[in-house]
Design a protein around this ligand. Structure first.
Ligand code: G3P
Ligand code: MG
Length: 246
């Protein structure tokens, strides 16, 4: 369970380069207590923070992550592109991101982003890193659009908190959630209906919505029963506390 109504999306993607250590620090500086990060694999299987499987959008490189290895990381700048005024930032290793989140006492929703055909490899690799670098399972949720990856992760860690990601909620979502023993459902805030919200809450799942950068939309979602929202700008979204927090 995420003990916050606000989850910094990709760190704090409107305020610092996404999926970087600077972004993690920025989210913490904005008083976020939970963040979401994306993890992908380089060609040699090294897990790094990246939403995309190509470097083009968020770094000074082009081409597929699959063509690069750990030895290339020091030259990849994932910060300077940001807002045309960013500072150089190394593309982070997952291990460094995990250590920093814990040093800042941030809860983490780690989203698995496997390439086609690499669902199991990605889940196994991330599980290994989590086993070594993460202490408190209550402060970690593993999510993915790739339910095969989640299924592998569930086999490896029967206690893990797992969140199912959907762009559109399918009719059979509850069967998928039950099969994976999921604790939460993560939906696109622009496709989710109030009837979906009622169904998910009636079935006792936590419900989080991405990506909401409009405080009024967030209030409407909370009023309908959504437990939390992913936002690029935690500063805009008011208090991260649940209304019923002490
Ligand atoms: O995990 C919520 C959200 O990040 C899912 O979409 O494309 O931003 O990773 P995306
Ligand atoms: Mg994501």
């Amino acid at each position: 369970m995420i003990a916050s109504r606000i989850i910094g999306h990709r760190g704090a993607a409107a305020l610092a380069p996404e999926n970087t250590l600077a972004g993690i620090r920025k989210a913490a500086a904005c008083d976020a207590t939970w963040i979401e990060l994306d993890v992908s694999l380089l060609g040699d299987g090294t897990p790094v923070l990246s939403h995309d499987h190509e470097f083009d959008r968020c770094t000074n490189y082009t081409g597929a992550l699959s063509q690069f290895t750990l030895n290339d990381l020091f030259q990849i700048d994932a910060g300077s592109w940001f807002n045309n005024e960013g500072h150089p930032e190394q593309l982070p290793l997952l291990s460094d991101a995990l250590l920093l989140c814990q040093a800042l006492n941030l809860g983490l929703n780690l989203e698995l982003k496997p390439r086609a055909g690499e669902s199991e490899l990605t889940a196994r690799t991330v599980f290994q890193a989590i086993s070594v670098y993460w202490r408190n399972p209550q402060q970690l949720i593993i999510s993915s659009f790739d339910h095969d990856a989640l299924s592998t992760y569930r086999t490896l860690d029967p206690q893990a908190q797992i969140g199912l990601l959907y762009d559109y909620l399918p009719e059979l979502w509850h069967l998928q959630a039950a099969a994976l023993q999921a604790c939460s459902i993560h939906c696109d805030c622009n496709t989710l209906t109030s009837s979906d919200i009622n169904d998910i809450k009636a079935a006792n799942y936590d419900l989080y919505c991405y990506t909401c950068n409009d405080p009024q939309q967030a209030e409407r979602l909370y009023a309908l029963g959504v437990d939390g929202i992913f936002t690029d700008n935690p500063l805009l979204m008011g208090s991260p506390s649940q209304p019923n927090d002490p």
